[in-house]
Design a protein around this ligand. Structure first.
Ligand code: MRU
Length: 361
């Protein structure tokens, strides 16, 4: 996707240096900042602090984190400690564990001297595959979205959180079909919910604006009204983990949109690549839900009247606060899952129809 007209990925290795660069997502939408990460600890901190975020991008970042660790020292103990450090950064997005398992299987059997080069190659492969899978999700998702369009109307899409290219390496998951529609010249418009408390919807608005896609930001609580009024043709979101039965963990607030969409008879789609599906996790009830810092609710961040970034306190420091970062949407509320292999029912059989190789797994 483009930033100020220049094609850009969300993470890239720095040629000639043992380093990667990322877009610092904590600075958006107010400023566009590229940050250099030089070590495993830099990557772990970037994931924890959400400078990089979104399930697929967390996985790719972790793979680069292993490459950075092994560039310094590549013995078994260093590799295993790096895997452990990264696995502990965030609990819900299974892409993290998928990527770490993949690099472990690739690197552990190799002699230490060969590991660093192999780690950079494998991280690059994971990043490139993510781009390709998201592009395919865009093509499959576009067909589903078009089937929801009312004749003679522009396509009205609602999304939640940020499952765009910022959350992946490029294209995005839920937003890939949106970009595909826009690039195909299809008249479309996106309703973007703010996504309190971290406001990832503002990232969605930023990237849609970069690409020129018409959109409108709404407060999270406005979604029910728009759905009930018949304004929306389809809701499409991403996922942090899809259980084997089709239950979906995604940004907190997703389940409320799915409920409102079902009540209004609006299709609710979930777009995600293979790396987000956890066949080892039987149901949504087995998915660990991240509880984040209470200050994410107590403080609001933005620019002051003079345009300087800062935080404002909206709750006293001792106010009791709960901050679960994700929720689980039951498979029964999901109209279809969209992956790089196509679309399927949100069910065990549906998932196995796309991934038959997992049947005996
Ligand atoms: O806490 P975040 O911002 O990492 O959560 C992101 C989401 O919930 C996304 O919807 C999900 O990761 C899908 S990203 C393609």
């Amino acid at each position: 996707m483009k930033v100020h007209g220049t094609p850009t990925r969300t993470i890239w290795p720095v040629a000639g240096a043992d380093a990667v660069e990322i877009i610092d997502q904590t600075a958006l939408p107010h400023s566009y900042r590229v940050l250099r990460l030089n070590s495993l600890d830099d990557v772990a901190q970037a994931i924890r602090s959400m400078q990089v975020r979104g399930a697929p991008l967390i996985g790719v970042s972790a793979a680069y984190g292993i490459a950075l660790a092994l560039s310094r020292r590549a013995d078994d103990a260093t590799l295993l400690a790096a895997l452990q450090t990264l696995a502990a950064t965030r609990p819900t997005a299974v892409n993290l564990h998928w990527a770490l398992a993949r690099v472990q299987a690739c690197l552990l059997p190799l002699p230490a001297a060969a590991r660093a080069a192999a780690a950079w190659l494998e991280a690059g492969r994971i990043a490139d595959e993510d781009v390709d899978q998201c592009r395919r999700i865009g093509a499959h998702g576009l067909q589903r979205l078009l089937s929801c369009r009312r004749a003679g109307h522009r396509l009205e899409i609602m999304t939640h959180c940020n499952a765009g290219w910022l959350a992946t390496v490029d294209h995005g998951t839920a937003l890939a079909p949106v970009y595909a529609a826009f690039d195909a010249g299809i008249d479309s418009h996106v309703w973007v919910s703010e996504t309190r408390p971290r406001n990832q919807g503002l990232l969605t608005a930023w990237e849609l604006r970069q690409h020129g896609v018409p959109h409108t930001v709404i407060a999270d609580n406005a979604a029910g009204l728009l759905l009930a009024r018949g304004t929306i043709d389809a809701v499409i979101v991403g996922a942090d983990r899809i259980a084997a039965n089709g239950d979906v963990a995604n940004k907190v607030g997703t389940c409320l949109k799915a409920l409102a969409a079902r009540a209004a008879g609006v299709p609710f789609f979930v777009a995600a690549p293979r790396s987000t599906i956890d066949f080892a996790c039987a149901t949504g009830g087995d998915i660990p839900i991240e509880e984040r810092a209470a200050d994410e609710l107590r403080l609001v961040h933005g620019l002051d009247g003079a345009g300087h970034p800062g935080a404002l306190r909206q709750l006293p420091a001792d106010e009791a606060v709960a901050n679960p970062a994700f929720d689980v949407t039951p498979a029964s509320l999901v109209s279809a899952l969209i992956s790089e292999r196509g679309t399927c029912a949100a069910s065990r059989e549906g998932l196995l129809s796309l991934y038959p190789e997992e049947r005996d797994g």
